[in-house]
Design a protein around this ligand. Structure first.
Ligand code: AGP
Length: 619
C-alpha cells in the first residue's frame, strides 16, 4: 500500500512528482506529500486528503516551479493516525535526510528507542521516521558516504520497505531501496525516475528496471546505478512494458471502474487470441506455456492442482476450479486464499501444481504463499496482469493476463481476464492429461469465443441495471445466493457492493440459507438470486420462494427466455445463455454495473473507496 515517487533531472520535478502521485493514488489516499528541491532548499508540503489538494498547494507556491528533484508519497496509514505530521515525506531531526516509505518497518520501535536514548527527537508516530533518523545518523557518522550509508541502513531494517530518499547535501541524486514492496526505476534523456507502480512512469518511457528485494539504487540525471544491500554494484537489465500510458487514462468516463467494465468484451477477445491457436475450421485451444516446456512432459505426474489467490482473484480461481472438477473429477483441485494457504500444512512436491493468481503481482500473502510452495518443491505457475511484478519475476513460469492497467480499486476487467486465462490453462492441463474430450474442448472454447458479443449486449442494458440499483440502494443489506457455478459469482457480486457502496452484502450457497442466514430476512433486505437455466434451476427457485416468504425483496438474474421467473420476484435481470461453466463471465457484468450504480447513487468515491488500497503489499 502507499504510492511513492522520485525524480531528478532536467524536466519539471514538480510535474513529474505530482503526476506520478495522481497515477498512484489508488494505492493509498488518506494523506499525501511532496518534498521538492528548489535551489538550496527542500520544500516539504504535506496534506491530509487527496493528491488534488496537494497539487493545489504545491502549485500555489510559485517557487516549486524551479524544482529539479523531488520525492512524493500518497499514504495508506498503518502506523500512526492520519495527520499532516504523520504524512510523508519525513525529515530527520538534523534535516540531512528526507524520505518516503511504502511498507512496514518491524524493528522501528527498537530503532526509535535507541536513537531517542541518544537524544534524537522524533516528531511522528510512524514506523517510517525510524529509518529516516537512522539513515541521518549513519550518514553523519561515516563522513557522508551515501552508498555505504544506504547499505548499512538496509541491512539494519527488518520488515517490508521500498524507500525513496533525498540527501540535503546531494542535489543531483535521489536514492531508493527495496525489500518486499514494489519499486521500479527508469531513465531517459530528461532524467531519472522511480515509483511504486510502472504506470506512473509510462508517459516517460516503457523501459523499466524492477528492483529486486535486497537492492538499492542511486539515480542521477545521467543514469542509474544499482547495488546489492552489501553495497556491491550490480548490472540490471530493463524490461520493456507494452502498456501505453493512455490505457491508464479515464478518457470520457466519470470513473476508471466504469471504463474498465466496458473494456471486458475486448479483453476476453484478446485473452483468447493471445493464448489459443485458431484454424479456419476449429479452435485447438493450445496454450503457449511461456517457459516453452510442453506441459505434456510432466503433467501426467500431477495428482493435485492448487489455486491460490486473494479477494477477487480468489473468486476467479473458484470458477476455474469448478471447471476442472466438472471435467475431470479424478484430479484433486483446490482453491485457497493465500493468507490461509501460506500458514497451513498443505501437501506439495513435484506431484502438485500450484497456480498463484494476482492482478498486481504484488499481494504480500500471494507472494509468500508462492515462495512457500516453491520451497516444498511444488511446480508453480503464476498468473498476473503486471509484467515485471514480483510474482512475474519470481515465478519460474508466468502467464500474463492481457487486461492492461486496472486503476479502479474494485477489480473488474482483471476478474474476467483471469477467468478466461485460467479456463484456457485448465483446458490445456486436462488435454495434456488426456481427460479433455474433443467435444468439451470445442464446446468451451467456442463458448468463450461467443462471450464478447454477449457481454457487449449486457453493457448496452446499463439503463435497466442503473434503474434497479437506484431502486434497491436503500436496502439495509443484500444476500447474493447461487449454486455450483454461480457461487463464486455471488461472492464477487457481494464483494463489489461491499467495497464500493459500503453496503452489508453476504454471499451464500443457496442451500446454506436455511442453516442460519434466513433468520435475517425481512422486507428491508434484498436477495439477489442467480438462477441460470440449468439442472439446479428448480432448487434455486425453491430458495427464492423461501426468501420471498420471509418478506425479502427479490431480484433474480435468469437466463434470457426464462419468462416464468418474473412471477417469482420483484425484478428480473436476464443474461444471455452461455455454457454452464462460463456463466460467471456473463453474469458478472450486471453485478459490476449494479454495484457501480448503487455506489454512484449513494455518492461514494467509486475509484478510491475508503480504507482500501489497490495493491495489498503488507500482510
Ligand atoms: C477486488 O475488487 C479487490 N480490490 C481485492 O479483493 C483484490 O482482488 C485482492 O486484493 C487481490 O489483489 P491481487 O489480484 O492484486 O493479488
Amino acid at each position: 500500500m502507499c504510492g511513492i515517487m522520485g525524480y531528478v533531472g532536467r524536466g519539471s520535478a514538480r510535474d513529474v512528482i505530482l503526476n506520478g502521485l495522481a497515477r498512484q493514488e489508488y494505492r493509498g489516499y488518506d494523506s499525501a506529500g511532496a518534498a521538492l528541491r528548489v535551489g538550496g532548499e527542500i520544500k516539504n508540503i504535506k496534506i491530509v486528503g487527496r493528491v488534488s489538494e496537494l497539487h493545489r498547494l504545491v502549485y500555489a507556491d510559485e517557487g516549486t516551479a524551479e524544482a529539479v528533484s523531488g520525492i512524493g508519497h500518497t499514504r495508506w496509514a498503518t502506523h500512526g493516525g492520519v495527520t499532516v505530521t504523520n504524512a510523508h515525506p519525513h525529515e530527520s531531526a538534523d534535516g540531512s535526510v528526507v524520505l518516503v516509505h511504502n511498507g512496514i518497518i518491524e524493528n522501528a520501535r527498537e530503532i526509535r528507542s535507541r536513537l531517542e536514548a541518544d537524544g534524537i527527537k522524533f516528531r511522528t508516530e510512524t514506523d517510517t521516521e525510524s529509518p529516516c533518523q537512522l539513515l541521518a545518523r549513519i550518514y553523519a557518522g561515516n563522513g557522508g558516504d551515501a552508498r555505504a550509508a544506504m547499505s548499512e541502513l538496509c541491512g539494519s531494517l527488518s520488515g517490508i520497505f521500498s524507500l525513496v530518499i533525498l540527501f540535503r547535501d546531494r542535489p543531483d541524486e535521489i536514492w531508493c531501496a527495496r525489500r518486499g514492496a514494489p519499486l521500479v526505476a527508469a531513465h531517459t534523456d530528461e532524467g531519472g525516475y522511480c515509483a511504486s507502480d510502472p504506470t506512473a512512469l509510462l508517459e516517460y518511457t516503457h523501459d523499466m528496471f524492477f528492483l529486486e528485494d535486497g537492492e538499492f539504487a542511486e539515480i542521477t540525471p545521467d543514469g542509474i546505478k544499482f547495488f546489492g544491500f552489501d553495497g556491491e554494484e550490480r548490472v540490471k537489465k530493463s524490461i520493456f512494458l507494452h502498456w501505453d500510458s493512455a490505457m491508464a487514462e479515464k478518457g470520457h468516463y466519470e470513473h476508471f471502474m466504469r471504463k474498465e467494465i466496458d473494456e471486458q468484451p475486448n479483453i476476453v477477445r484478446l485473452t483468447i487470441d493471445a493464448h489459443t491457436v485458431l484454424t479456419s475450421v476449429d479452435i485447438e485451444g493450445d496454450l503457449n506455456m511461456p517457459d516453452g516446456k510442453p506441459l505434456a512432459s510432466w503433467i501426467r505426474e500431477i495428482r493435485r492442482v492448487q489455486f491460490v489467490a486473494c479477494g477477487t482473484s480468489h473468486y476467479a480461481t473458484l470458477v476455474a476450479r469448478g471447471l476442472m472438477e466438472s471435467l475431470d473429477n479424478a484430479l484433486d483441485v483446490t482453491a485457497d486464499v493465500a493468507s490461509e494457504y501460506r500458514y497451513r500444512s498443505v501437501p506439495g512436491g513435484p506431484d502438485t501444481l500450484a497456480v498463484f493468481v494476482s492482478q498486481s503481482g504484488e499481494t504480500a500473502d500471494t507472494l509468500a504463499a508462492a515462495r512457500g510452495a516453491r520451497g516444498r518443491g511444488t511446480r508453480c505457475i503464476a498468473v498476473t496482469n503486471v509484467r515485471g511484478s514480483t510474482l512475474d519475476r519470481e515465478a519460474g513460469c508466468a502467464l500474463l493476463t492481457t487486461a492492461g492497467p486496472e486503476v479502479g480499486v474494485a477489480a473488474t476487467k482483471t476478474f474476467t481476464s483471469q477467468i478466461c486465462l485460467l479456463n484456457l490453462l485448465a483446458l490445456q492441463l486436462l488435454k495434456s492429461r488426456g481427460t479433455l474430450s474433443v467435444g468439451d474442448e470445442a464446446r468451451l472454447i467456442g463458448g468463450m469465443r461467443a462471450l464478447p458479443t454477449k457481454q457487449q449486449a449486457l453493457l448496452e442494458r446499463e439503463g435497466e441495471i442503473r434503474a434497479l440499483a437506484e431502486k434497491y440502494s436503500g436496502s439495509k443489506g443484500f444476500f447474493f445466493i447461487g449454486r455450483r457455478e454461480s457461487v463464486p459469482l455471488t461472492m464477487e457480486g457481494a464483494l463489489k457492493l461491499k467495497e464500493i457502496a459500503y453496503l452489508p452484502s453476504e454471499a451464500y450457497a443457496a442451500g446454506e440459507m436455511k442453516h442460519g442466514p434466513i433468520a435475517m430476512l425481512d422486507e428491508h433486505l434484498t436477495v439477489v438470486a442467480l438462477v441460470p437455466n440449468d439442472d439446479l434451476r428448480e432448487k434455486m427457485l425453491s430458495s427464492v420462494a423461501e426468501s420471498r416468504a420471509r418478506g425479502a425483496r427479490i431480484v433474480i438474474m435468469a437466463t434470457e427466455g426464462d419468462a416464468e421467473v418474473a412471477a417469482m420476484c420483484d425484478d428480473v435481470l436476464f443474461v444471455p445463455e452461455t455454457e454452464r461453466e462460463l456463466f460467471a463471465l456473463c453474469g458478472v457484468i450486471p453485478l459490476q454495473l449494479f454495484a457501480y450504480h448503487t455506489a454512484r447513487t449513494l455518492g461514494r468515491p467509486i475509484d478510491m473507496p475508503r480504507n482500501l488500497a489497490k495493491s495489498v503489499t503488507v500482510e
